[in-house]
Design a protein around this ligand. Sequence first.
Ligand code: ATP
Ligand code: MG
Ligand code: MG
Length: 351
Amino acid sequence: GATIGILGGGQLGRMLSVAAARLGYKTHIFEPGAAPPAAEVAHRLTTAAYDDVAALTAFADSVDVITYEFENIPTEALDLLEALRPIRPGRRALAISQDRIAEKDFLTGLGLSVAPYARVTTRADLDVALANIGTPAILKTTRLGYDGKGQARIMEAGDAAEALEAMNGAEAVLEGFIDFSHEVSVIAARGLDGSVAAYDPGENVHHAGILHSTTVPAKLSPNQRSDAVLIAARILNALDYVGVLGVELFVTPKGLIVNEIAPRVHNSGHWTQNGCAVDQFEQHIRAVAGLPLGDGSRFADVTMENLIGDDIARIPALLAERNTALHMYGKPEARRGRKMGHVNRITRGIA
Ligand code: ATP
Ligand code: MG
Ligand code: MG
């Protein structure tokens, strides 16, 4: 059978490998870090750095198509891989999601709403940006941030110096603070043939910048629900995208505002494992392998809860709950802030 190459061996790569195996594909994971969560479920693992040309070339030669579980792959490595095998989703989706400013420029160009934003590298930039955008605001590194890392809140002008220091000299973007009622995300997919399928939007709760839980159905009016799905479809089509995409949205009285996009399976889509016949991982493998997509329909109301750090002490109690599925990532130690696994609680079945 065909082999799917996956860049990144974290929990997303692990769950993609499981889905690929179920569909009859082999996976080959490329991961710089030692003993990644995907190691024990992938068919093959290459542990090498992204500047190891021989390892990258051998990886590409061994697979039929390349996908990824995280967006911060170095450009040079992508250039090399792309010359050898198709990369799905494509380079433009990666370039845009690697850079918060390119992302906001792209979304604005599609006519979508984003937070007011301005590029900041110097103190003078920050003062101008704060004068235009006002407070409260959030300063974020344009690249490499995740789980709320690389961000500083600016509640009043006096916080500016400390916030800029927290960027450690990296280029940043100042974002106006959106007074949202809640956050939702859409997980949607586009196939090789251009067909689009979306899952029902989930409602997300963050604790300390890290996703805590996702619940379907989200609190959305029928109009908001279709807006959310249309936003995702517009992004997918504009990028000629192949694969699963996550779109994070703020819900406000003035409409939906796009926070960020992720060109991959997404933590807020984990509920699909126990709420849909075809979950986001199978959907992504179907898309990159050129198979028809599942339709995205849902047979249950579900709440996904992340198990972070010491939360693993609750596993015995969680295992005793009715209609609750445990998904663990096989990580050796429960460090603070580390995502160890998640549970999906089915709160209601839908006939
Ligand atoms: P992820 O792990 O989702 O990639 P990230 O580090 O890229 O996270 P963001 O999604 O930009 O971070 O922000 C994390 C959370 O912080 C958001 O989900 C939201 O709760 C809050 N937040 C971010 N930007 C804004 C904003 N402009 N206005 C209000 N809240 C915000
Ligand atoms: Mg992010
Ligand atoms: Mg986010």
